[in-house]
Design a protein around this ligand. Structure first.
Ligand code: KIV
Length: 268
C-alpha cells in the first residue's frame, strides 16, 4: 500500500487475507500522533485509556464523550495515512440506541474519526447494527473490557475457563455477524485468541492476547515507558521517563547555575 493512501476498513480486511499484520497504537495528542503515523502505524486509537495513560486516573470510567471528541479531532488532524478510531466512553452507548448513534456521530462529525470502538459482546449487537446503519464503521472489543473493571473485580485475564472461553468465541462471532470491521481481544489466553482469529473473516487486534491475532495494539505512553506501567504482555520500546527526567534535571541545573539562557539564546 503506498504510504500516502489512507488505511480503510477494506485495507485491514485485505491485510488479514494476505497474512500481513496490523499495527495499532493509541494516540491522544498531535505531535505523537504525527510521529506514529510517519512510523507506519496502521490504526491510531483515541482510546478511553486517555483517562489513565494521559490524565493519570485509575480507570477509564471517568472519561466523557467531550474528552474523546477533543482528542480525536487533534489526532485526526495529525494522521495522514493511519485510520483513526475513536473509543465510545462508558455510558455513551449503553443507555439507548438513539443516544449511542448520536454519540458515535459526534465522534465522526466533530472528532473527525473514521470509525468508533465500543466494548461488549452479544448484548451490543442491536447498538452496533444501528450505528452501522448510520454509515459509521464499528470496531468491537471483548475479553478484559476495562469499562467493566468493577464487574470483573479488577483488571483480570478473561476466558480462562471453558465456559467463559466459549462465551467469548460466541461473542466474537456475533460481533462479526453484526458487521464489526475488526475486534480487539484484550487479556485472553493465547490459544483462545488464536481460535477466535481463525474462526473470523474480520481482523482481530490483540492486547495481551498473544501473537496469533491479525494485529496488535498497545497503549502508547505505556510502550514508550512514560507511565511506568508494567505487565506481562507489555514491552517497553523506549524509556521516556528516564529521558524526560534527565532533560528536566539538566534544565533545572543550568537555570540554577545561570548557564541557561546562554548568549546564543538572547536577543540583541
Ligand atoms: O482505550 C484503549 O486504549 C483501548 C486499548 C487498550 C485497546 O481500548
Amino acid at each position: 500500500m503506498p504510504k500516502s493512501q489512507r488505511v480503510t476498513v477494506h485495507a485491514l480486511r485485505s491485510m488479514k487475507e494476505a497474512g500481513k499484520k496490523i499495527a495499532m497504537l493509541t494516540a491522544y495528542d498531535y505531535y505523537t500522533a504525527r510521529l506514529l503515523d510517519e512510523a507506519g502505524v496502521d490504526v491510531l486509537l483515541v482510546g478511553d485509556t486517555v483517562g489513565m495513560a494521559f490524565a493519570g486516573h485509575e480507570t477509564t470510567l471517568g472519561v466523557r464523550l467531550q474528552h474523546i471528541v477533543y482528542h480525536a479531532e487533534i489526532v485526526s488532524r495529525a494522521a495522514r495515512r493511519a485510520m483513526v478510531v475513536a473509543d465510545m466512553p462508558f455510558l455513551t452507548y449503553q443507555l439507548t440506541i438513539e443516544t449511542a448513534v448520536e454519540n458515535a456521530g459526534r465522534l465522526i462529525q466533530d472528532g473527525k474519526a473514521h470509525a468508533v470502538k465500543l466494548e461488549g459482546g452479544r448484548a451490543m449487537v442491536p447498538v452496533i447494527k444501528r450505528i452501522l446503519r448510520a454509515g459509521i464503521p464499528v470496531m468491537g472489543h471483548i475479553g478484559l473490557t476495562p469499562q467493566a473493571v468493577h464487574r470483573f473485580g479488577g483488571f483480570r485475564v478473561q476466558g480462562k475457563d471453558p465456559e467463559s472461553a466459549m462465551r467469548l468465541k460466541e461473542a466474537a462471532k456475533a460481533l462479526e455477524e453484526a458487521g464489526c470491521f475488526a475486534i480487539v481481544l484484550e487479556a485472553i489466553p493465547r490459544r483462545l485468541a488464536a481460535e477466535i482469529t481463525e474462526q473470523l473473516q474480520i481482523p482481530t487486534i490483540g492486547i495481551g492476547a498473544g501473537p496469533d491475532c491479525d494485529g496488535q495494539v498497545l497503549v502508547t505512553p505505556d510502550m514508550l515507558g512514560l507511565t511506568g506501567f508494567t505487565a506481562r504482555y507489555l514491552k517497553h520500546y523506549a524509556s521516556l521517563r528516564d529521558v524526560i527526567r534527565e532533560a528536566a534535571r539538566r534544565y533545572v541545573d543550568e537555570v540554577k547555575q545561570g548557564l541557561f539562557p546562554g548568549p546564543e539564546h538572547c536577543y540583541e
